[in-house]
Structures are given as C-alpha cells and as structure tokens.
Design a protein around this ligand. Sequence first.
Ligand code: SAM
Length: 283
Amino acid sequence: MPDAGLDAPAQHAGMSTTESSESFQISREIAEFYETAFVPAFFAQWAPILCQAAGVAPGHRVLDVACGTGIVTRTAADRVAPGGRTVGVDLNDAMLSVARRVRPDIEFRQADAARLPFADESFDTVLSQMALMFFPDRVVAVQEMARVTSPGGTVALLVPGAHEHQLAFARFADLAVRHAGDEARSLLSTYFLCGDLDQLASLVESTGLQVTTARTEVGTYRAPSVDAFVTTEVESTPLVQRISSDVYARIRTGAHHVLAGFTTADGRVEAPFESNLVVARRV
Ligand SMILES: C[S@@+](CC[C@H](N)C(=O)[O-])C[C@H]1O[C@@H](n2cnc3c(N)ncnc32)[C@H](O)[C@@H]1O
C-alpha cells in the first residue's frame, strides 16, 4: 500500500511499519512525493465519497484528522463554502507543509489524533481517511473525534478493507509467504488492520456514537509498474529488513506472475481496492 512513499526516493516512509508516533517523521521530499504520486493515483478517489457520505455542506465546520497533504481537507473546504470552516490536523510536519503549500487558504495544524487541540463540540463533522489503522489507540482517537463533534454532528471514517479481499495484495502476500515464510503476511498487513467492517462499526459505537452507515466501497489501486508495486509493498513495511537480497529478487520476479491479471498492456498495475466506510452520529 502507498503509505507516504512508494518508489525511490520515497521508500520506507514508515507509516505502516510501526504503530508508534515517531514513525511519522517523514521528510518533505517524501511528503511532496506522496502529494504528486499517491494522492492522484489512490487517495484522491476516496475524498468525495467520504465527504458525500458525511453530508459535508455549505456553512459546516469540518475537521480532517490525520489529513496528510490535505486531500480530504480541501475537498471538504470546497463543499463548505460559503461560510464554513475547515481544519486539517496531522502529526507530521512535512505533510502539513505540503498541505499548506497546496492550499494556503486552509488552516492546517500539527496535532495527535489522541489529543485534538479543540474545545468540545467545535465541529459539525469530523472526517478521517486512511489513517485510523496507524493510531496506537484507536478507541481514544474516535473518542476524541466524538468529543469535538457537536450533538447531532457526524464522524466519518474511511479505511482499507480486509487484506484477503484486496486481490492483488492478497496474491502478493501469498507470494511473499512462499519466499519469506509466514511472518511475511502479518508484516504486509498493517495497512489492513481495520479491515473488518463489523469490528470497525463496533469500535465506533463503543465511544457512544451511533453508526448510521457501515459499508464497503470499491475503488482502484494504481501503481506505475509491477516493480513500483513491489517496492512499495516491501520497502514501506518491515519486510524489507527481514529478507535477503536473493529473496527480495525472487519476490520481485514472482510478482510479475501473480500480478499479471492486474497489469495493463503498458505495464501499469490497476487492481480493485476495497475500503470500509463508517459514518456515525453524535447523539
Ligand atoms: C496514509 S496517510 C493518509 C493521509 C490523508 N488522510 C489522505 O487520505 O491522504 C496517514 C496519515 O496519518 C498521519 N498520522 C498517523 N498517526 C497519526 C496520529 N496519531 N495523529 C495524527 N496523524 C497521524 C500520518 O502522518 C499520515 O499523514
């Protein structure tokens, strides 16, 4: 999965390798690469789905938690005008710098999802896209989202669906297991940790929010080549530290086989990708 770095020089961005906050101190170069390569190829497609499902509308006050370079924040900002307010928060300075460069008119602040720097009931809608699985304490993060949402307001989350349903990723994981052993599967699955839709809905309900929508959306994962897909999968996860160069080479060769069904005539990878969407109301 594209975390924040997919290809050289943006390898091993560290977003999916560990659940600790330190892993998010990525460089400006990687954040720029995330914005120019991954946002258009993958992240941008989900932002309108999330904003639409959350009912973001003119005049609303919207918070985007773990905003990255701000694709959801700016999608929401365009929908709340005129008269609304949109704020994006993220742990990572580099992501925030790029977010501010792209949209200097939007407020971006550094903050941990576990300690949102806002008063209770400050927002009508709180959004978070492709990030909950990285938070060390997901319940606390959703509690924080609920706290800053006004009564009657909305919290909406979008995360990758189950690993086994992502055909290209599941086949690649099977290949990695064949060459690197069982451990490879869990090393490759961090991005999909919130993939069980029922569990995600239960987590949200456990914070006192009332789930109104829990569904799976299907989009497309795109990589410029099979090699780029492999680089992302191996080098943005701890797998890269556990395998020899021989094993890595065998996985790279095998990937051309297992991903053949998802490879276009000009060599790009395009695979269906499931995301889980949960929308909840603050009562
Ligand atoms: C895969 S990116 C998704 C970014 C953005 N939501 C998007 O859709 O492009 C995950 C983001 O989560 C942020 N993040 C991870 N843990 C966080 C935390 N505890 N609090 C705030 N942001 C966090 C990272 O810095 C990174 O920008």
